[in-house]
Structure formats: structure tokens, C-alpha cells
Design a protein around this ligand. Structure first.
Ligand code: BJW
Length: 249
């Protein structure tokens, strides 16, 4: 159980809420052993800055390096399991009439935990697309050639994720903006709130009059703006929030 004090007024508002939206970032998967984006990478990858690899330029310069980085990350995520923070968000979805879980994460752990109302803003590690035709590719050969080639046109395959300077999937972004604008309570959890347009979503919610709650052990540029800042790990704070709102009622 979390030792972070959760204001009684927030618990009461959550219990009465019909529309809740949640934005998650890499911090939610940290307790599953998946490194956050801006923490140092380990082992082989410690000398690379993730922000320099997650770009179309990096892929153009060295497609093999970028493909191998994503293959390494896929392997780490395959070995990871959803944690109590992911599972608490599944429980939250079950208590709220109109619920949206907007994630910047590409690891698929929310879906594996059992979340359904999910909006993936930055794509998914486990999908690939053709870098020439921009079409999704379901199955790709795991042969000698790295990156593998598109079975239709022979172009290089790339992960189906959103890199810096690329547009987010329009449907996902519109759904996220709508959820933020109509939420009574908006949570920003485990994100450094540095990357746009995701970082705008809590601002949209604030401007529309929502209660905005941040859950993060570290301060972010958003912290001074929110209604409640809960300074702790998501895997402890979220289960405590659910327990106090519904199990102790
Ligand atoms: C815990 C915890 C625990 C630890 N519990 N918490 C407006 C202003 C300025 C710049 C821009 C702007 N609009 C667009 C831009 C440019 C750019 C951008 O935002 N740059 C900024 C860096 C300044 N944005 C884009 O390019 C976007 N495209 C776009 O806007 O298109 C239109 C356009 C194009 C060109 C010009 C202008 C407009 C695309 C952004 C795509 C981001 N892609 C990535 C990679 C995805 C694939 C992959 O994973 O490899 O997405 S970058 C990376 O950052 C990844 C993440 O999803 C994203 C956010 O990171 P996140 O999740 O916040 O992780 P961290 O590591 O930063 O933070 C972790 C947090 O967890 C920390 O706070 C910890 O304290 C906390 N934590 N343990 C809770 N247990």
C-alpha cells in the first residue's frame, strides 16, 4: 500500500466521476523492468542517446543500428510482465462509465494487462511497416538481412512507431484530444511531459476545467500546473487510489 497521502477530496471526486482520461508514459512500465526513455540505457546500448535513435534521420543513416535497437527493446519487453500500476488502470476502467487510456508507450503492456479503452499515440514496438510505402506489414522474415525487406516492394522495414518530426496517427490524436477536452478528471502518469503533442493533453484538460492529477516520483514541467501532484511510483500510488476509492467505501 502506498505511503503517499492521497487527498480525500480527490478520492471523492474520483468516486463520483463519469468521464476520466489517463495519459501514461514510460514511467508506468519502469516497475516492469522496461527502461524509461530518458534514463540511461544499459549494456550494449548505454552509449546511445534514445532521442538520437528515434528519428527518421537515424534510420536513413544507419537502418541496421536502429532496427537492432528496436529488436533489443522488443526482447526486453517480451520478458517483462505488467505491474500493479498497469493492473490498477484496468480496474479504474471497470469503475468509470467513459474511460480513455491514452499511452505514449509502445510496449503493449497496457493491453497485456487487460486494458481495452486504449489509444496508442506513438505506435507499437511489435508492428512493422514498409519505410517506402508506409504500409503496415504483418509478418516479416527473420533472416540474415537487417532490417528485413518489405515482401511487396522490397523496401526496408521499420518499426511502426512515431519518431521525432513525424505526425502522430490522426485518429489516435483526435480521440486523445477529445478525451482530454471532455474529462472531468485527467491523470498524467509516468511521463516527463516534454514531448508534444502528448504534453498538450493535460493543458487541454486544464483549460476545459478538469481536475488534473500527476503521478510521478520526480517533478516535471507540468507539476506546478496540476490540481494534485502525487509524488510516488505509479505501481504503489495507483493501487492505493483504487483501494481508497472503491474497496474501502
Ligand atoms: C515514474 C516511475 C514510476 C519513473 N512511476 N513515474 C511543440 C513544442 C516543442 C516541440 C515540438 C512541439 N510540437 C512538436 C514538437 C517536436 C517534437 C517534440 O515534442 N520535441 C520535444 C522533445 C521538444 N514532437 C514531435 O516531433 C512529434 N511529432 C509532431 O509533433 O509532428 C508534427 C510536427 C512535426 C515537426 C515539427 C512540428 C510538428 C512526434 C513525437 C514522437 C515521440 N516519439 C518517441 C519515440 C517513440 C518510439 C520509441 O519508443 O522508440 O516517443 S520519443 C519518446 O518520448 C517516446 C516516448 O513515448 C516519449 C515520451 O517520453 P516519456 O514517456 O515521457 O518518458 P521519459 O523517459 O521522458 O519520462 C519518464 C518519466 O517517468 C519521468 O518523469 C520519471 O520521473 C517517471 N518515472 N519511474 C511513475 N515508477
Amino acid at each position: 500500500m502506498s505511503e503517499i497521502p492521497i487527498p480525500a477530496e480527490l478520492i471523492a471526486r474520483l468516486r463520483g466521476a463519469r468521464r476520466v482520461a489517463v495519459l501514461t508514459g514510460a514511467g508506468v512500465s519502469a516497475e516492469s523492468g522496461v527502461p524509461t526513455f530518458r534514463e540511461a540505457q544499459t549494456g550494449l546500448w548505454a552509449r546511445y542517446n534514445p532521442e538520437d535513435l528515434a528519428t527518421p534521420d537515424a534510420f536513413r543513416r544507419d537502418p541496421k543500428l536502429v532496427w537492432e535497437w528496436y529488436a533489443w527493446r522488443r526482447e526486453r519487453v517480451r520478458q517483462a510482465e505488467p505491474n500493479p500500476g498497469h493492473r490498477a488502470l484496468v480496474a479504474l476502467e471497470q469503475h468509470i462509465a467513459e474511460f480513455s487510456l491514452i499511452t505514449q508507450n509502445v510496449d503493449g503492456l497496457h493491453r497485456r494487462a487487460g486494458s481495452h479503452q486504449l489509444i496508442e499515440l506513438h505506435g507499437n514496438l511489435f508492428r512493422a511497416k514498409c519505410s517506402s510505402e508506409d504500409r503496415p506489414v504483418e509478418n516479416w522474415p527473420d533472416g540474415d538481412e537487417i532490417p528485413p525487406r518489405c515482401p511487396r516492394c522490397g523496401g526496408l522495414l521499420r518499426p511502426d512507431v512515431v519518431w521525432f518530426g513525424e505526425m502522430l496517427p490522426a485518429n489516435a490524436l483526435h480521440a486523445a484530444q477529445h478525451a482530454a477536452a471532455s474529462a472531468e478528471i485527467f491523470f498524467s502518469i509516468g511521463t516527463s511531459a516534454l514531448v508534444y503533442p502528448a504534453a498538450e493533453l493535460p493543458m487541454i484538460a486544464l483549460a476545459a476545467g478538469a481536475t488534473v492529477v500527476e503521478i510521478n516520483p520526480q517533478p516535471t514541467p507540468l507539476s506546478a500546473r496540476v490540481t494534485y501532484s502525487l509524488n510516488g511510483p505509479a505501481g504503489a500510488v495507483l493501487p492505493a487510489l483504487i483501494a481508497q476509492a472503491w474497496e474501502a467505501a
